[in-house]
Design a protein around this ligand. Structure first.
Ligand SMILES: [Cu+2]
Length: 508
């Protein structure tokens, strides 16, 4: 039997078994509502309370909100000191309903943290999420292992701790922060906990006249009563995809620029599982940076694939008056069961380009910064990604595996040595794409192989997350500078929760 057909049939059967549903951590109420119609998360029927009703519509076209800045309380140069509180809050996505969310300092996305290379950072984290541990993981940043918000270092509900680290020279880049508690990362993130962290260089080759705007993509699913429904079994298998891609918490907001303007935009895919293949109509995109900072030289791009957790830095030139829209193109990342979401034709951002010319913009330099290749690896490792159904008489579930194993917090999967360059070969033998992330460092992709064809990346870049497509092998060079336990995992957060994660113990 064809595997997907088997899966769908298996799911329909097993929906009658309450223990199976409990195992998949589904909400009891939505289980009951979804069973009569066999609606297991179909895109047109997420609203379980009102049968057959489509997604709640959200207002569009409001002026783009800049992310609020996290205030530096240090009062002296070289130190960034602040507080971040994770707590329940409410958001207004529609005119007349409050939605319970989780927020950092009351906002979702959380406040934008801006610090400089060379700064010392001390952030006190207060976990005010009732009954749940949390952590803050500094995604992509070169922080010590015991400051990186690993699931092994939970902050209990009601407790607090200080995260302290130094930002090394050369670390300027587009990072973010989000929770990473064991088994609860996916839910805490889709309920609203994620924020942007920009490390700035003291001297930046990109002209200041371009501005610097963070665009953080999140993915909202809203029920008719204004609540965010819990994950369904389909969400657990595929990763949660919502009904609305938001930019800085807004649907299709509007940005006004003058014709001839160039804008520096930092795009963050902070969704749990949404693949964003992006194009800019009526404007031209130039890639200037990746997850870990600037490229060596600008690269013109017609489109960009941003898989969950990836970031890209762009310079966008608005040379024609009228409307320039950031839209999505189709991308098939593999989908199990019913309810494959619409991925193409979404308008994420509308830029109104006025007839009045902008002030003359300085050109983008031809060289941005050097990137030293990581060089010859001393060690090679092979990590094979697979998916498996688990089934017995009472229950059914789905495991996501690396080298045949699901995550075990008490097990070290790889022992590496600080300062050693390693070649990691990530082999995706599963039916879905898996965006692969390593904590604590930035790596360099050296090649991709699919159907026997090997392709080199078009340019050198620092990455902490790379999509490994179905049937593809990605080879990357990685080096951990600091000792300690580091996570590596799929950044479809539901896959991470169902096992696709491991620990590399970096020894001094
Ligand atoms: Cu995955």
């Amino acid at each position: 039997m064809h595997r997907r057909g088997f899966l769908a049939a298996g799911l329909a059967t097993v929906l009658a078994g309450p223990r199976a549903l409990a195992q998949m951590k589904m909400d009891d109420r939505s289980n009951m509502d979804s069973m009569p119609g066999m609606d297991m998360g179909d895109h047109s029927g997420h609203d379980m309370g009102a049968m057959g009703q489509g997604p709640v519509s959200l207002p569009e076209g409001q002026p783009l909100r800049e992310l609020p800045l996290l205030a530096n309380e240090a009062g002296r140069p070289g130190l960034f000191r602040a507080r971040l509180t994770a707590a329940p809050a409410t958001a207004r996505f529609t005119a007349d309903q409050d939605t319970p969310i989780l927020a950092y300092n009351g906002t979702s996305p959380g406040p934008l943290i801006e610090a400089y290379e060379g700064d010392r950072v001390e952030i006190t984290f207060f976990n005010r999420i009732e009954g749940e541990p949390s952590t803050i993981h500094w995604h992509g940043m070169p922080v010590p292992a015991d400051q990186d918000g690993n699931p092994m270092d939970p902050v209990a509900a009601g407790a607090d701790r200080v995260y302290a680290f130094d930002l090394p020279e050369g670390s300027a880049g587009t990072y973010w922060y989000h929770p990473h508690p064991h088994g609860r990362t996916a839910e805490q993130v889709y309920r609203g906990l994620a924020g942007a962290f920009v490390i700035k260089a003291k001297t930046d080759p990109v002209p200041a006249a371009y501005g610097d705007t963070a665009l953080m993509f999140t993915d909202l699913r809203l029920a008719a009563d204004g609540s965010m429904p819990d994950n369904t079994m389909i969400d657990m298998m595929n990763g949660r995809v919502g009904d609305h891609v938001l930019v800085n918490g807004q649907k299709n907001p509007k940005l006004a620029v003058a014709v001839g303007a160039k804008r520096r935009l930092r795009l963050y895919n902070a969704t749990n599982a949404r693949f964003l293949r992006l194009a800019f109509a009526n404007a031209s995109m130039t890639v200037i940076g990746s997850d870990g900072g600037l490229l060596e030289a600008p690269v013109a791009a017609d489109e960009i694939l941003l898989s969950p957790a990836e970031r890209v830095e762009l310079v966008v030139a608005f040379d024609r008056p009228g409307s320039a829209t950031l839209t999505t193109l189709p991308y098939d990342r593999g989908w199990m069961g019913p309810g494959r979401p619409t991925d193409a034709g979404l308008t994420l951002l509308t830029v109104g380009v006025s007839e009045t010319p902008a002030e003359a913009m300085p050109p983008l330099p031809e060289r941005l910064r050097p990137i030293a290749p990581l060089g010859t690896p001393g060690v090679s490792r092979r990590l094979v990604l697979t998916e498996a159904m688990t089934m017995n008489a009472a229950s059914m579930g789905m495991d996501f595996l690396i080298n045949g194993k699901t995550f075990d917090m008490g097990r070290v999967d790889i022992i590496a040595r600080a300062g050693d360059t390693e070649l990691w070969e990530i082999v995706n033998q599963a039916d879905m794409d898996h965006p692969f992330h390593i904590h604590g460092t930035q790596f360099q992709v050296v090649e991709r192989e699919r159907d026997g064809k090997v392709a080199k990346p078009p340019y050198l870049a620092w990455k902490d997350t790379v999509n490994v497509a179905r049937g593809e092998t990605v080879r990357l060079l990685t080096r951990q500078e600091r000792p300690g336990a580091r996570m590596y995992h799929c950044h479809i957060l539901e896959h991470e929760q169902l096992g696709m994660m491991g620990i590399v113990d970096v020894q001094a």
